[in-house]
Design a protein around this ligand. Structure first.
Ligand code: MAN
Ligand code: CA
Length: 235
């Protein structure tokens, strides 16, 4: 029984192995979430190995389990095939240029860490605000009330760092001095916090958002918030 089932599906297995998947997106809409086909492929292969082992070890109760596994694999395989047909070429992410950077405005809301990872996966980083001009550009583009900034004080409370490792204060002081004090005042050195922020409310606020009102707040990093990725337009 086992051998029959396995040989019936051997064709499916070899077909699967031959399929030359390229990473594609889960859906055709531009999305930053990459579907890791290689990972799926190795999961498939691992599952098949397990099935082969059931036979080798002559598990008596494995027949039904195996049929179930095989039909699940069949379903997953046809879902993958359908997706290939429906989405032959994933649309590239839409980047918008402003100044010396490109920006990607997310279609989804994520926890801060996840947003950070997604930007990194797209060769970019969660936005770092270097000037009021940049902030104004971002703000006028967002449809949401807020987006994540690449700014957090998770490691050391009240020590705000951008995702490139620079300290908020040092980073902005350098800018302030470099740009001939184009952006005046201590407020520019310490950022554009909303009045009374950052307040670490409830002791659980370590990630910063930029509001449509052009100011910042610290909120819990596990909130789902839209985000903006940035990458250099130079080079
Ligand atoms: C209020 C303030 C903020 C805080 C949020 C959390 O708006 O206390 O500082 O971040 O609530 O939702
Ligand atoms: Ca706050």
């Amino acid at each position: 029984m086992d051998m029959i089932l396995l040989s019936q599906h051997a064709a499916m297995f070899s077909e699967f192995r031959k399929m030359n998947f390229t990473p594609t997106t889960e859906i055709c809409e531009p999305s930053i979430a990459l579907l890791n086909i290689e990972e799926l492929k190795s999961t498939f292969i691992a599952k098949f190995r397990t099935l082969e082992n059931y036979i080798d070890q002559k598990y008596e109760a494995s027949d039904r389990k195996m049929e179930g596994e095989i039909s699940r694999l069949d379903e997953e395989l046809s879902a993958m095939k359908n997706r290939q047909v429906v989405c032959p070429t994933p649309k590239p992410l839409q980047w918008e240029k402003s100044g010396d950077s490109y920006y990607y405005f997310s279609n989804t809301a994520e926890h801060w860490e996840e947003a950070k990872k997604l930007c990194a996966a797209a060769n970019s980083y969660l936005i770092i605000i270097n000037s009021r001009t940049e902030q104004d550009f971002v703000v006028q583009k967002i449809k949401q009330s807020s987006v994540w900034l690449g700014l957090s004080d998770t490691e050391v409370e009240r020590t705000w760092r951008w995702v490139d490792g620079s300290l908020l204060q040092e980073h902005n002081r350098a800018l302030y001095e470099d740009k001939g004090k184009g952006e005046k005042g201590a407020r520019d050195i310490v950022g554009y916090w909303r009045r009374g922020e950052p307040n670490n409310a409830g002791n659980v606020e370590n990630c910063a958002v930029l509001y449509k009102e052009k100011n910042w707040n610290d909120i819990p990093c596990d909130k789902n918030v839209h985000f903006v990725c940035e990458k250099s337009a130079l080079n």
